[in-house]
Each structure stands twice: as C-alpha cells, then as structure tokens.
Design a protein around this ligand. Structure first.
Ligand code: ATP
Ligand code: MG
Length: 445
C-alpha cells in the first residue's frame, strides 16, 4: 500500500526519524488517502516528546502541549505533530483527565475512535493497520476500535461521529457499534453544545444528510434535538403530503445543496408543525401558523446548540418565510423581497423547491410552475435595480425634514408610505415625484 505524502510531511517525518524517533501520518489523512480523497490536513504521530519535537524544528507553536501536540511550521503551513499517547479516564465524557505518553504506536492507534481512523503510514513501514481499517473500508462500515460501549463511555461524542462518518462516506454502522449507540445515548448529556453542533453540521452538509434518520433511530436526536423526534411522530393526513413531518424533512434535506444555511433551514422549516397541528371534520390535518411557531422553536434550538448569531438569524427567518405567499406580479415579488429581506429571499427558491420535491405529487406541476414564474420576475426586478427597501428610496428622512416635516415618528411612517408607492411602481422612485406625494399626503391629514 503506497500513499503519496506531501513533500512537507515527508520532510517532517525524515527529520524526526533521523533524530532516532518514529513518525507517521495518522488518522483522517491516511483514511482519506486510501479512499482517494484529498485530505484536509495531515496529522503526524510520533514517539518523540513535545520538547524533543520543539528542539528539532525551527518554528513551532505550542498548540496543545499538555496533550502532546506541537504545530510544526513549514513555510506558511502548519502540521500538528502529536506524541504517541494513551488517553486516561474521560472526566466528563469530554476531556481525558490525564494523557500518558507511550513509546508504542499501537497504543496510540488503540485510543482512536474507528478502525478507518486508526491507521498510520510512513514510507519506511508502509501502512500500519492493526484493527482492520482497510477491510472495513472495503466492507464500507464504521466500526469502533475495541469495545464500542467502552469507547462511547469514554467520549459520548463518538456516537455522533459514527453517524457523521457514515453520512460522509455512505457507509453503514457495524451492528455492535450501532447497538452500543442505542444503549449509550444518555451519555450525550455530558457533551458540550459546541462539540455537538460541529458534528451535527458536518452530518447535515454531508452527501447523506438524511442519515439524520440514524440519529433518530438510535436515540441521538432524542438527546440533542427532541424537537425533531416530535416531527417523526407527527402524521400529515393532507393531500399535499405523503410522509410524516420528520420523513418529509429528511427527504427535503437531500433536495438542497450541501450548504450549512440551506440544510439547517430544511431541518427546521416544518419544526413548528407538531405544535400547530389540527384535524378538521373530514379528518384532514392542518398546520396553521406553523412557520411563525417554527421560527421561535428554531431560535431556541439554535441558541441551545450555541450557533452564531448570523446563522441563527438567517435560518430562523428562512423558517418564518418558507411558505410566504408571494403574488405572481412584479409588485408582489418586490413586496415579498421587502418583507423577507434581500438576503433571505434568494434562499427561498431552493427551500421551496426542496419542500415541494418532498411533498406528494398533488398539484406539484402547478407549484413548480408558480415558483418558476416568481424566479423570472425576481431576476427582472434585480436586473432593473428596482427599489425594494428604504436603502434605495429616492427620498430620505433628511429630505422630509428639509421640506419642513417635524423630526419624529411621522417621518418613519411617511417613508414607509412612500416606499409602498415605489414597491407598487418603481418608476415613481424619483425625488421630485415622491416629494409631491409627501406634500399631498401631509395636506390630507
Ligand atoms: P475530519 O477532519 O473530517 O473531522 P478526521 O478523522 O480528521 O475527520 P479529526 O477530528 O480531525 O477527524 O481527528 C483526527 C483523528 O483523531 C481522527 O481520525 C481519529 O483518529 C482521532 N480522533 C478525533 N476525535 C476523536 C475522538 N473523539 N475519539 C477518538 N479519536 C478521535
Ligand atoms: Mg481532521
């Protein structure tokens, strides 16, 4: 087995070896190389201690020196070099209480989560695969190194990592590993929101975002996103739908590109349905107001998972407007852009298309036709730089004050009234025309 190591990695390994220590590329980069993928970064594992590494290289950073990691700088690029270690007891399912350095590569590989992540490589020894990582790649399975229950007991995040890797690679989770997840999900309560968020996002933007189903089946979402479990339990007896809310969400996830905002938007778009469900005399289910309720649930869930404000703001507004009824007219589209915001409106094309694709066939052609018409109008509005917000209105508050209006709340109301005129007819967006309207409106009062 041959892996084409980058020159800088070869160089680092050669320097360490010539000082009498061992060094290997390890973990994700070896896995990705065997899969024919370009690794994101190259991690190196070594028998040398952090101090010995620092003595061997000119420029280093103490990245995680307590845990044995030193970053070696080669030009502008940094490579993490970590001393072989055995992780001690995990204090809180998060940090190893103490790490012990070891002279044995095998001991270091043993602490790693999955067989496909527990291989090392250098040109001298070739591939070191003690736990059957290559076989598991052939079989396309995610399997724990050692006892799955013990491994998940040490670090509960590994359960989410198992599903995430399976979604990234399209692999199954090996039976014993999967059973252990079902037994151990309660331990996720010890894991920080930041670590959970990072794994959830990696799963969502993967080629198989619908593997979130595995998180549901094993009980992971019950711990990290119970709102989604409620969706899985919510039937939709309605001609527009053919799945439970949860299954509809899972299908819709696969219908948008692997973009973080879009995938989160699909995950949450119908999250308000369980709370708003009503059933009429005919037995048909309705979900009036689910978008507005969903906006609130989305904000709370994203806050709990410690998402940044920009993501929280974007995703929750997409949820709020995902079924906004845009009228098929230039004025209707301009009003909708104004309402939803210029940053949000373009997302709605992808979101609505995916939403429709994951519904029943009922009126599907009409729905897609409506969407196409809105898109064409939107492009026309944008190409012509039509005014759709106060930013580009030809009149400002200053203009109104200069014309004798008293500063205060009325100014805002007047600007809104003028914008309303312009949303209806963009031709009227000139200072002259709008000031005439302003004076006329003032006289009316
Ligand atoms: P990616 O970079 O795509 O997240 P990766 O496999 O490189 O995938 P990292 O989180 O960068 O994952 O970790 C590098 C290596 O460290 C992994 O391949 C694995 O061997 C080990 N590792 C990382 N996190 C854990 C963990 N929670 N438990 C055990 N081993 C881990
Ligand atoms: Mg990595």
């Amino acid at each position: 087995m041959y892996i084409n190591l980058p020159d800088k990695v070869k160089k680092i390994i050669a320097v360490i070896e010539s000082a009498g220590y061992e060094a290997y590329a390890v973990g994700g980069c070896v896995r990705d190389s065997l899969l024919g993928r370009e690794p994101d970064d190259w991690d190196i594992t070594t028998s040398a201690s952090p101090l010995q590494i620092k003595a061997l290289f000119g420029r280093t950073l103490d990245t995680g020196i307590k845990h044995g990691t030193v970053t070696v700088m080669m030009g502008r690029e940094g490579f993490e070099v970590t001393t072989y270690r055995i992780d001690g007891e995990y204090e809180d399912g998060r940090h190893p209480k103490d790490v012990t350095f070891t002279p044995e590569l095998g001991e270091d590989l043993k602490r790693r989560d999955f067989t496909i992540n527990a291989m090392a490589y250098n040109d001298r020894d070739g591939l070191v695969d003690i736990f059957g990582g290559t076989t598991d790649i052939e079989k396309k399975i995610i399997r724990c190194v050692g006892s799955p229950r013990e491994r998940f007991g040490e670090d509960a995040l590994r359960m989410m990592r198992a599903v995430r890797f399976s979604a990234q690679l399209g692999y199954n989770i090996e039976e014993g590993t999967r059973t252990a997840i079902k037994e151990m999900t309660a331990n996720l309560k010890n894991i920080s929101a930041e670590r959970i968020q990072s794994e959830l996002v990696k799963l969502l933007v993967s080629p198989h975002p619908d593997y979130l189903r595995v998180c549901y089946e094993t009980g992971i979402t019950g711990m990290i996103l119970p709102e989604f479990d409620q969706c899985m339990a919510t039937e939709q007896n309605n001609p527009h739908h053919c799945y439970t809310v949860g299954e509809h969400i899972l299908h819709s996830l696969t219908e948008v590109d692997g973009d973080k905002i879009l995938r989160l938007a699909m995950l949450f778009h119908d999250i308000g349905k369980p709370e708003t469900k009503t059933t009429d005399e005919e037995g048909v289910d309705h979900f009036h107001g689910h978008a507005a309720v969903g906006e609130g649930i989305t904000k709370r869930a994203l806050q709990r998972l410690k998402f940044d404000n920009d993501t929280l703001h974007k995703v929750s507004r997409i949820v709020l407007y995902h079924d906004y009824p845009v009228a098929i007219s230039a004025a209707g589209v301009r009003r909708a852009i104004n309402k939803t915001g210029e940053d949000i409106f373009p997302y709605l094309f992808d979101v609505k298309r995916a939403d429709i694709a994951a519904q029943s066939g009922y009126h599907k052609a009409e729905k897609l036709d409506w969407l196409e018409k809105i898109r064409n109008i939107y492009e026309m509005v944008m190409d012509n730089n039509h005014c759709i917000s106060l930013h580009t209105l030809a009149v400002t508050g200053r203009d109104l004050i200069d014309a004798g209006m008293k500063p205060g709340r009325e100014i805002g109301g007047m600007l809104d009234a003028l914008l309303d005129i312009v949303l209806e007819d963009p031709e009227k967006n000139t200072k002259e025309t709008l000031m005439d309207y302003a004076r006329a409106l003032l006289e009316e009062e």
